[in-house]
Write a new protein. Structure first.
Length: 217
């Protein structure tokens, strides 16, 4: 087994595990050493088989894939984890990567690319499916655009209005703001009204979200 990549399959669908096992066991330099039907079994199977790479589903009973990934990556000698799922929401992608996953692939990924991903991740080279890479790039661009728009909008306010907007973002009431900034409540209300008018907004929640987009709260 020297030089062979040891793989553990984690999925609550036995047919999916069977298909992956057949595909990977037929690939040179890869051996499927165990299977698990949920995240809890994945931890036990990792202790028993010491895999180099774990192919991890996300939605499973008892312990989900993200929790299992976090537990495996916290071990003294953690296996590399590739998430293999049908759920490609931004939340799932980011949570999996933050939990320590080295790869994120969709289940419709061609077999040859899954084999390549296992080999690359075992060698220390993280991998994402092209679709996921595009999603993350689009998310980053969207966040950058939101940041620039928020900064530009806040730049139209006076320094005092900016102080009031930031206080609103921090959840301060009008009375709190009046005390913090040493002004009357009537003056605070006037500033809030001016902020809403200048920014074309309807309520305080929108002001708070704008401050958040600008990285101020």
């Amino acid at each position: 087994m020297a030089g062979v990549i040891r793989v553990l399959l984690v999925d609550d669908d036995a047919l999916v595990r069977a298909g992956l096992s057949m595909m990977l066991d037929g690939a040179a330099g890869i051996s499927v050493v165990g299977e698990a039907a949920d995240g809890q079994e994945a931890v036990t199977a990792t202790d028993a088989h010491a895999p180099d790479v774990v192919l991890m589903d996300l939605r499973m009973p008892r312990v989900d894939g993200i929790t299992a990934t976090r537990r495996l990556r916290a071990r003294a000698r953690p296996p590399e984890v590739i998430v293999l799922t049908t759920f490609d929401t931004d939340e799932n992608i980011l949570h999996a990567l933050r939990a320590g996953a080295s790869g994120f692939l969709l289940k419709d990924t061609p077999p040859a690319q899954i084999v390549e991903a296992v080999t690359r991740v075992a060698a220390g080279d993280p991998i994402l499916s092209p679709r996921i890479t595009r999603r993350l790039m689009e998310r980053t661009l969207t966040q950058a655009d939101a940041y620039e728009r928020a900064r530009a909008a806040l730049a139209t306010l006076t320094p005092r209005e900016n102080e009031v907007a930031l206080a609103i973002a921090r959840g301060r009431t009008n009375a709190d703001i009046a005390a913090d900034l040493t002004m009357g409540i009537t003056t605070v209300k006037a500033h809030v009204s001016s902020i809403l008018t200048k920014l074309g907004m309807d309520n305080r929640t929108q002001i708070a979200l704008l401050a958040h987009d600008a990285g101020l709260a």
